[in-house]
Design a protein around this ligand. Structure first.
Ligand SMILES: Cc1ncc(C[n+]2csc(CCOP(=O)(O)OP(=O)(O)O)c2C)c(N)n1
Ligand code: SF4
Length: 281
């Protein structure tokens, strides 16, 4: 990794690997917004780790001039947990698709959220499995026709924003690849948030499930009078709506996991068995 000089610009986070995504894939907007957000934050590339599982979207670490791990399918969050516990000083971005985070990786998501690990999780939600050529995913809408649901899926879709709120994420937002500036601002805010930040990005798959027209006609900012510290109001806004609401649903403060775990370590280090025995033995 080339260590850059300050001030950093978006291109300092760009690796030499050219993205392998299809033309127009929504993930390009997420990548570019991530570079710009990191530049806004002036984080040095060597302070950042991008962790992913498997999928088209999960190829993102290759394209970033940061540290990165392209791990196992569904295992971005256990990896991110280990990294953050070992190196709490690093900024950890766990990034991947709706299949990776909410099918095979679904068991890890609520636990990372409730622990309030200080990481940002970005889901590039294209409502399909792009890499394996378009099977339906946990966020596909009812009736979605695909190779694995030729008559249309009958399964009720998962709502990642609502799930994150229920699981205890302390910052929850939704963005859209068609709104790159807002995406950049949301990534900045998500990284700055101290605790488990979750950003669901509607990121169309132009090859198999092109939803740009659908979302262009449907996205709308969260009403300005919404108070993101009001949990019940956040939950109400996260329920299925006629519009797809964009922005920050929820923000709260509580102790982060890695600090609490380190506090136990301190207790252990300070524990003197001889003193203990002389007192209570
Ligand atoms: C253990 C395991 N099971 C299944 C697969 C096949 N597989 C690879 S990627 C993927 C789903 C990817 O979907 P998503 O996370 O939504 O990413 P996208 O490609 O849409 O960006 C699956 C099922 C695998 N690689 N490993
Ligand atoms: S298949 Fe879909 S998700 Fe994968 S790179 Fe192509 S457009 Fe993007």
């Amino acid at each position: 990794m080339v260590v850059s000089t300050m001030p950093l610009t978006a291109k300092d986070y760009k690796s030499e690997v050219k993205p392998t995504w299809c033309p127009g894939c929504g993930d390009f907007a997420v990548l570019s917004a991530t570079f710009k957000a990191l530049a806004d934050l002036q984080l040095r590339p060597e302070q950042v780790v991008v962790v992913s599982g498997i999928g088209c979207s999960s190829r993102i670490p290759y394209f970033c001039n940061t540290y990165g791990i392209h791990s196992l399918h569904g295992r971005a969050l256990p990896m991110a947990t280990g990294i953050k516990l070992a190196r709490p000083d690093l900024t950890v971005l766990a990034m991947g698709g709706d299949g990776d985070l909410f099918s095979i990786g679904a068991g890890h998501f609520p636990h990372a959220a409730r622990r309030n690990l200080d990481i940002l999780v970005v889901c590039m939600d294209n409502q399909t499995y792009g890499l394996t050529k378009a099977q339906y995913s946990p966020t596909s809408f009812v009736g979605h026709k695909s190779k694995s649901s030729p008559y249309g899926t009958v399964e009720w879709p998962m709502n990642p924003v609502l799930l994150a709120l229920a699981a205890g994420a302390s910052w929850v937002a939704r963005g859209y690849s068609g709104r790159p500036k807002q995406l950049q601002e949301l990534i900045v805010e998500g990284v700055r948030h101290r605790g488990f930040a979750f950003l669901n990005v509607q990121s169309p798959c132009t090859e198999f499930h092109n939803t740009y027209n659908y979302y262009d006609a449907r996205v709308q900012d969260i009403p300005k009078d919404h108070d993101p510290t009001d949990y019940l109001s956040a939950v109400r806004l996260a329920l299925p709506q006629e519009k797809t609401l964009l922005g920050v649903f929820y923000r709260s403060e509580r102790p982060v996991y890695e600090e609490q775990v380190r506090a136990f370590e301190k207790v252990k280090v300070e524990f003197d068995p001889d003193e203990f025995l002389s007192r209570y033995g």
